[in-house]
Structures are given as C-alpha cells and as structure tokens.
Design a protein around this ligand. Structure first.
Ligand SMILES: [Zn+2]
Length: 474
C-alpha cells in the first residue's frame, strides 16, 4: 500500500504477539479483582516490550501502570482483562457449550481483546516514539474489574490520570466507530435491614420483618419512578431475602440497588431520595437500616477535538478487512441471534439496516444519529480527569449482544483478531496525531475544561471505601 503511515507498520509488527496475549487471557477468564494470572501475563508482556512497569497501583493488586518514552506529553492508553461469571463457553463454535475448566467464567465482553488491543496500540506508539526520536511518553493502564468493580474510579481517585495529557481506549463491538460519549453515572448501594425474628404463627406480634421492610422500600422506589428524570434507571436484586422458612419472621434481609442517572450530580441526588425511602420503610416496620455504597462511577464526558481526530484516522484506515472464513463463522453466529438484536445494533450506531452484513464492512460516519448508551462504565471517571476518546472495534458478528455466550465464543476468532488489530491502528494513529500536533492536545484540554465548567472531578465513591477486592466472592 502506498503511503502507509509508519504507525500502522508498528502496529502490524507487534500484532502477532498481542493476538497471542489476547488468546492466553481468553483461556484464563478471571472476574472482578481476581485477574491475577491475566495481570501477570500483561506485566510479563509489557516488560518484554520494554516498558517500565508498576503493578498493584491504587491499592489494587491486579492494576498496572506501564510507561515508555521520555519527557513530552503523556498519552494514556487504557486496557482491561476481567471476565464474567456464567459465560464459560468453547471458542470457535456457534452453539452454547460451556468449558468445564473455566469455573463458569468467560470473556463475554471481549476484555481479553480490550487489554491486548490497547497494549498493541501502546507498544506501537512506544516504538514509533523511539524510531522518530520524539519527546513524549506513552502509558498503558491495566484496569481490572470493569464489570461492576469500578477499578478505574479508584485509580482516578488515587490521581493516576492527573498528569496524563490525553487518554484513549476502546471496546469490542459490532461496528468500527468513534464511540458515542454518553453513559450513565451509577451507584451500587446495599441496604441491610435488621428487625426481630419470631415464630410467624405462634408469636407474629413479637416479630419485626426485615423482608417486609425491603418490600415496602421497593414499593416506595417504584412509586418514585414517575417523578424522576426519564433517562435515570433504578434496579434492584435481593442479596438476602431473610431465609427459606416462611414460618419465621425474617430478622435480617439485604437488597442491592443500582441507581443510574445521566450526570453524576443528578445521581447523587437520586441516591439521597432512595435512602429516604429506605428510612421510611424502616420506620414503618420498626426495623433499622444500614446503607453501604459498594461502588460508583461517573458519567462519561466526550471530547470533540479528540473525537474528530480519531474519526479522521478511522476514515483514513477504512473498515477492517475480513476473509471468507471470518464471514462464514460470523454467519453461523448470526443464525443464533434474534433479528431484534441485529436490528438494534444498526439502530444504535445509526447505520442503515443491512441484513446481509455479517461483519462490519464500513466505518460509521461522524455525526450519525444514535441512541444514548444506557449503561455505565468506569471509563467515565477517567474522562473527568483527562481528555478522553474511545473507539469501538469491530470484533464480532454484527448484532452480537454483550455478555453473551456468542461473544465469548468469538473471542479467539479470526475476525476478533482482525478487529483488534484494526482498532489498535485507529488508537495508535490518534495518539501519534496528538504527539505531532500539540495544538490538538491544547484543544482537547480546553474542551474538557469547558465541559467541567469549574466543577473538578469528585469521585462518587465515598472516601472511606477501599477497592472491593473480595467482590467476586459475592
Ligand atoms: Zn465490556
């Protein structure tokens, strides 16, 4: 190819090693702060590539910060490597088939690719800096526990991103695109009610039911829904319904809430309202309630100059190139998806629906109308500390839902590898565009400052909360 940018060449040169890393991590799925082997694989690979590596940052044993280059601007590139429970799955097949030796875990969100793809971009930038003799540093941040553990919020709270000039990350997806900068702020919060047990038939008047308290709390919250922002989301799950005996008044019961809102101040206000309802339920039932925030993340802030710069790199590169074998496997996966899932993927990106497109064959143009992403991510917290841009890499059959066996199954496929290398080129080229053009970094910082509007980052996790390292135990 004529005029191949040097940075793409650096990505291609390291692609085989990072594909091997992605496959190794796929083979050792570990959830929520237990990513010991996956983190060790990352540390080893970073050292092999010549990075200065620090492990155990922000009091999290599986969090990594690795740097290369000297002086100059600092480009942060964020990777992840945590897996999910309930998504153990054999690779390369198009039927649900758990793998016995994965303890039920699986890479159902593609974070094996996310970590290796981010490291591929970081390594290419490192080698590009060295080749050009340019002053500048590239940092790979190994961020564990994205799935509900909010590790990046703890890393942001520890100030790890404060001296970075820009940050770049990505997520596996159906389409190659600059990711829409919208996600909900989220707090996971537990309410433990304590009452008094008694025999439900012989002495019901002596009992004070903690289960009743939770049920009344839930009714109260469900009535509140009419009077909150329509983009806010509240859901709950019983962690402890008080036991299995109906003839015992439940003396203790526990419910976990997830409270989401388009912006962090709005979320904080909603959390206070839910707490009042919990207190009301305790008052009604003569129980007491203890409240504990488990984790919290901020909403994601966009960055127009960086999004434009990344879009330009994406358009220069064009869509990923998949071969017939990739397409055949993608078609087999698609046969297991519902038409609704497939249509939803097109609708979310604003791409015209094309039932024949089994793998992404066009980059998503800028400014396509899209829906607000109604999930939450701890990338949000980083976006409050440093100008941040996020890509989506086309690593799966179009329409594959996140957190599905289908996504786990595709995690080591040819198209996943190609999509990962493709997005690494987009990220690395965005980084080198910034390193070559200090004005872009200045514009990105001004954009963030305008969005913050004088409100500095205030981590939504209470100051006394340590990273919940035992979370995977439940
Ligand atoms: Zn994910």
């Amino acid at each position: 190819m004529k005029n191949t940018p040097d940075i793409w060449r650096h990505v291609d040169a390291k692609a085989p090693e990072m594909i091997a890393l992605a496959d190794r991590v796929w083979d050792m799925p570990e959830p929520l702060y237990t990513e010991f082997r996956s983190a060790a694989e990352h540390v080893e690979e970073l050292k092999r590539q010549g990075f200065r590596v620090e492990q155990g940052v922000a009091e999290i044993p599986t969090a990594i910060m690795a740097e290369a280059g000297e002086e100059g601007p600092v480009i942060a590139i964020l990777g992840e490597y945590d897996a999910l429970p309930g998504l153990s799955q054999e690779a390369g097949v198009a039927e649900k088939k758990p793998v016995a030796h994965h303890n039920g875990y699986g890479h159902g969100c593609g974070h094996n690719l996310l970590g290796a793809g981010a490291m591929l971009a970081a390594t290419a930038v490192k080698n590009w800096l060295a080749e050009k003799g340019i002053k500048g540093r590239v940092r790979y941040y190994g961020c564990p526990a994205e799935e509900g553990g909010a590790a990046k919020a703890f890393m942001a709270r520890a100030g790890l991103f404060n001296d970075a000039d820009i940050a770049i990350t990505w997520h596996p997806s159906s389409f190659a695109e600059v990711a829409p900068a919208a996600s909900l702020a989220n707090t996971r919060i537990d309410f433990t009610f304590t009452g008094r047990s008694s025999h439900a038939a012989a002495a019901p008047h002596l009992g004070r039911s903690a289960l009743d308290a939770i049920e009344l709390m839930n009714v109260g919250v469900n009535y509140m829904r009419e009077h909150m922002d329509s983009a806010a989301r509240i859901h709950y799950a019983y962690l402890d319904a008080g036991g299995v005996a109906p003839n015992v008044v439940q003396g203790k019961a526990k419910v976990r809430y997830a409270i989401r809102h388009p912006d962090t101040p709005g979320m904080r206000a909603l959390v206070e309202r839910v707490k009042k309802i919990a207190q009301g339920a305790a008052l009604m039932t003569e129980t007491t309630v203890e409240v504990e925030v488990i984790s919290a993340v901020s909403n994601l802030l966009g960055n127009a100059p960086l999004e434009e710069a990344m879009q330009a790199q994406l358009e220069l590169l064009g869509p990923p190139e998949f071969d017939e074998a990739d397409k055949e496997y993608a078609r087999a996966i698609r046969a297991t998806l519902s038409p609704e899932d497939i249509k939803a993927a097109f609708k979310a990106t604003g791409m015209p629906y094309d039932p024949e497109m089994e793998l992404c064959s066009a980059v998503v143009p800028a400014g396509t109308r899209r829906e607000l992403m109604l999930g939450s991510t701890d990338v949000g917290d980083v976006s409050w500390c440093v100008p941040l841009v996020q890509a989506h890499g086309a690593t799966c059959a179009v329409g594959t839902p996140f957190h599905s066996w289908q996504l786990t199954a595709q995690g080591k496929s040819g198209h996943a590898h190609k999509g990962m290398v493709h997005v690494a080129k987009v990220m690395a080229a965005t980084a080198t565009a910034a390193l070559e053009n200090p004005a872009l970094i200045a514009k990105a910082k001004a954009d963030l400052a305008a969005r913050l509007d004088g409100t500095p980052y205030d981590c939504p996790i209470p100051a006394e909360n340590k990273p919940p390292l035992d979370m995977a135990k439940g």
